[in-house]
Each structure stands twice: as C-alpha cells, then as structure tokens.
Ligand binder design. Structure first.
Ligand code: LIP
Length: 274
C-alpha cells in the first residue's frame, strides 16, 4: 500500500470514528436499552449497535471490497485484491457509556495482510482523537490543535503509574484482582479507566507508564496497539503470541514505556499473570 493510500485510509477512519462518536454523544438516550453478552456484567446497548451499523455503512460506501470485523456483528469477509480488514469497536468502554462517564471510545483499526497499520481512537467525552499510521508517528487532536505524542520516559517501576482492566467473568476477575493487589505496593499506583483502547492511548501519550490486561479481543487492541508503537511504547503479549491472533483473549497484553518494558513484564510474571 502506498503512502498516499495510507493517508487516505487514515483520514477516512478518522472521519468515520468522529462521526460515530458525535452520533453517540448527541443521540444518547436518557435510558438506554441493554442486553447482556458473555456474563450479566458484559452489556451491549442499542447505541453500540447503532454506531456499528453507521460505521459499517460508511466503510461499505467508501471501500466496498474491504473486510470488516466488529464487536457487535462479527466478521464480514472482504472481496478486494488487497487484504484490507477494518477492526471496529463501536463503543469501547460500554459500561462507562451506560453510566454517563466520559471514558469510552470509538476504536477503528485497519489491517493489511493481517498486519495492523492504522489506528484511530476517538474519545468524544474528552474531545480528543488519537491516531497513527505505521511510520507516521502518533498524534492527539483536541480543540483544533494537533500534537505528536510519546510514551513516558519512566525508568523505575516503583514510581510508575500502571493501568489495568478486569475480564467480565467473575473467576478471571478474582484472579486478576489478587495479582493486582500483589503488584500494588511495588508500583506508584493503579488506574482502571474501563476502556482498553483508551488505556493504550494513555500509554502512548505518557498519561500512564504501562497497561496490562487479559481477555482483550482484537477490536479492543488493534487501533491502540498501532498508536502505542508509533509513540515509542512497547506493546505485546506476555506469551509472545501475535496481537492479531484468534487466541488473543487468553493472553496478557502489556503496553509500556520502553524504559520499564523488562521490569513490568518481570513483575507480571512474578505476580502470576504469566
Ligand atoms: C471493555 C474494555 C475494558 C475491559 C473489558 C471490556 P467493551 O470493552 O475495553 O477495559 O476491561 O473487559 O473488554 O466491552 O466496553 O467494548
């Protein structure tokens, strides 16, 4: 794919994410209709579905041959010669959206030949859009200003701020909570935003020094991982597997400032997250 095409794709993904984010802000009903998914705490709202429909419609109109995988309506294979796949989470942080908290995103990643090359994470509640394309740096746009973002210069785990998230199933939650409790006295503090894509962007933007979570799906991680890497952060799976692989939900995803990459992964193993 040429640079020009990459720029066009990035601009399209940014426009679509912002349009969906604006719709989610403007049309959020006072009382949201919800269903549950994997567990009673794993919810989907009518607005997740409406946003995914809008995003799919816009992608189909602009690029009918591309594949799309979305959190709410699964996989639609592409028919184009180039293997382009859009990886869409219409609302990452659905529970925050449900409660009227501002920490939710529209996350859109694009893979070419199974390699994530573009990431856009719109955070309408914070009026910020993060974006990156491979080789072009990572960027945050807010209030008409655009600035390049970089992972923090943290070098010492004891003074590092660590974000995490918990899986929906009770047993996994209990296990992860116990591991985080063991970790807590060894780091500056712990944060839990409730939106994995935002946690990844916060690592990219130096708002936290590292992030780790088990149970992510490709739509949680795809866009944010491109943004992290372009910002100089290290993002991978503790088991060494591929972030785009089907077994991603089994793996611990770790993103960190480069200066604590080894320390945070050693600590994750030491507290039993390996
Ligand atoms: C959620 C994440 C959150 C994580 C949850 C879930 P959803 O995504 O982003 O941080 O802890 O397990 O995956 O369901 O709101 O799109």
């Amino acid at each position: 794919m040429s640079v020009i095409e990459t720029d066009d794709l990035l601009a399209l993904a940014r426009d679509i994410a912002r349009e969906a984010g604006g719709m989610l802000l403007d049309r959020r009903p006072e009382i949201l209709r919800t269903d549950t998914k994997s567990t009673p705490t794993d919810v989907v709202t009518e607005m997740d579905r409406a946003a995914e429909d809008l995003i799919r419609t816009r992608i189909r109109a602009a690029r009918p041959g591309d594949g799309i995988v979305g959190e709410e309506s699964g996989e639609a294979a592409g028919s184009g010669a180039e293997r382009v796949r859009w990886v869409v989470d219409p609302i990452d942080g659905t529970v925050n959206y449900l409660y009227g908290l501002p920490l939710w995103t529209v996350s859109i990643g694009i893979e070419v030949d199974a390699r994530a090359i573009i990431g856009v994470v719109a955070v309408p509640g914070l009026s910020t859009t993060y974006s990156a394309a491979v080789g072009g740096g990572a960027w945050a746009e807010a209030g008409g200003q655009r600035r390049e973002i970089h992972a923090s210069g943290a070098r010492d785990l004891a003074t590092s701020l660590i974000a995490t998230g918990f899986p929906y199933a009770a047993e996994g939650r209990a296990r992860h909570g116990a591991a985080v409790a063991t970790m807590l006295p060894q780091v500056r503090d712990i944060r839990r935003s409730g939106a994995a894509s935002l946690d990844l962007c916060w690592v990219a933007d130096g708002r936290v020094d590292a992030y780790l979570e088990r149970g992510l799906h490709v739509w949680d991680a795809c866009a944010g991982s491109v943004i992290c890497r372009e910002a100089g952060a290290v993002v991978d799976r503790l088991d060494g597997g591929d972030l785009g692989a089907d077994d991603l939900p089994e793996a611990l995803v770790v993103a960190s400032a480069p200066g604590i990459a080894g320390q945070i992964r050693d600590l994750a193993r030491a507290v039993g997250l390996g």
